[in-house]
Design a protein around this ligand. Structure first.
Ligand code: IPM
Ligand code: MG
Length: 377
């Protein structure tokens, strides 16, 4: 029987609730598709930090490094100064685990309400590939004349050919198993140095993918096109900060942050990839069963695709989409069922195999993109 080792990081706030629901769905997927997982829970987050003063220690890094994948809930708490946990755990994990890209699908499923008037599922199925290790997120920078009126803050963005090339290459590869259309999103008219590097990488890598059509959109224009005409996009590749911003907008299109999933992918197999819902820890609703587990379940689907369990991945996606379509509201008391009940409903739908099959599933595309023998990275 195929066996995968998982590190599970439920984290803070609603993280443990949505993770528990996702693990219920994983149990059902294992049962139906004949594989097993060995799961180790890792207590990272606010409680652990407040008790021990520890963020991500070398010891925890080493133990996480032995897992095949990491399933992540949410991190962040009003009890800790903003930024400490996010930077010390999430960003540090992405960096240490060399999770080169953050893959964020923007897909509106049938029957799911979207705030964008007139938007239909047929018009909204794209994937944003966000460079995940550098740009403005390198955590470099300096302040001079601190404490005076002459204070100067410098916060640079770092763009290496190496990291941009691996993100762009993945984006081309993904586009070639989808609708063969790749858009670079940047701000080349102002950030001319970084912009030129990204543009040159697009052209150089593009020579290896002659059947993928490319175009370019400024990030500000992207914020206009995305809600109005998402059908013009298939795969979008962008830098870390632009990717952070436009994927929140993307989540709105697909029904809100509760539905949006992501995968932090290590592309060279040196470390595990990490899968997390886009939403945060939502401390205001924690413990009430009000959080929508769909983002966590769809992230689980991406994890299964990444582990080569393509069929299970597509089934998780179909079952989650079917249950979502039945919800009266996407989060809060009005969902009609608790977080865990929804997890159980998704698990039962998966077991019965009663959900309509999702066509063009990103989850199974991921299995093809990650699993091919010819994968050089
Ligand atoms: C995200 C989040 C993180 C980011 C924060 C919590 C550091 O916004 O995953 O999009 O900026 O990457
Ligand atoms: Mg964000």
């Amino acid at each position: 029987m195929r066996r995968h080792t998982l590190a599970v990081l439920p984290g803070d706030g609603v993280g443990p609730e949505v993770t528990r629901a996702a693990l219920t769905v994983l149990d059902a997927a294992q049962e139906r598709f004949g594989f097993s997982t060995a799961r180790t829970e890792v207590p990272l987050g606010a409680d652990h930090y407040l008790q021990t003063g520890e963020l991500l220690t070398d010891e925890v890094t080493a133990s996480l490094g032995t897992a095949d994948a990491i399933l992540f809930g949410a991190i962040g708490s009003p009890r800790v100064t903003p930024g400490i946990l996010e930077r010390g755990i999430i960003l540090e994990l992405r960096r240490r685990m060399q999770q080169a890209i953050n893959l964020r699908p923007v897909r509106l499923y049938e029957g799911v309400p979207t705030p964008i008037a007139g938007l239909t599922p047929a018009r909204c199925d794209l994937v944003i590939v966000r460079e995940n290790t550098e740009g403005a997120y390198v955590a470099q920078g300096s302040t001079v004349h601190r404490g005076t009126a002459a204070r100067v803050a410098v916060q640079e963005s770092v763009n290496t050919w190496y990291a941009v090339e691996r993100a762009v290459d993945f984006a081309y590869r993904l586009a070639s198993v989808r609708r063969k259309r790749l858009t670079l999103c940047h701000k080349t008219n102002v950030l001319v140095e970084a912009g030129a590097l990204w543009t040159d990488v697009m052209s150089a890598v593009g020579e290896r993918y002659p059947d993928v059509e490319t175009d370019y959109v400024h990030v500000d224009a992207m914020c206009m096109h995305l809600p109005v005409s998402p059908e013009r996009f298939d795969v979008v590749v962008t830098d870390n900060l632009f990717g952070d911003i436009v994927t929140d907008l993307g989540a709105v299109l697909q029904g809100g942050l509760g539905v949006a999933a992501s995968g932090n992918l290590n592309l060279d197999g040196s470390h595990p990839s990490m899968f997390e819902p886009i939403h945060g820890s939502a401390p205001d609703i924690a413990g009430r069963g009000w959080a929508n587990p769909a983002g966590a379940c769809l992230s689980l689907g991406m994890m299964l695709g990444h582990l080569g369990e393509g069929e299970a991945a597509a089934a998780v996606e179909s079952a989650t989409a079917a249950v979502l379509a039945d919800l009266p509201a996407l989060a809060g008391e009005g969902m009609g069922a608790s977080t865990q009940e929804l997890g159980e409903r998704i698990a039962a739908t998966l077991t019965e195999g009663s959900a309509p099959t999702i066509t063009g599933s990103l989850m199974s595309q991921l299995a093809r993109v990650m699993g091919g023998d010819d994968v050089a990275w």
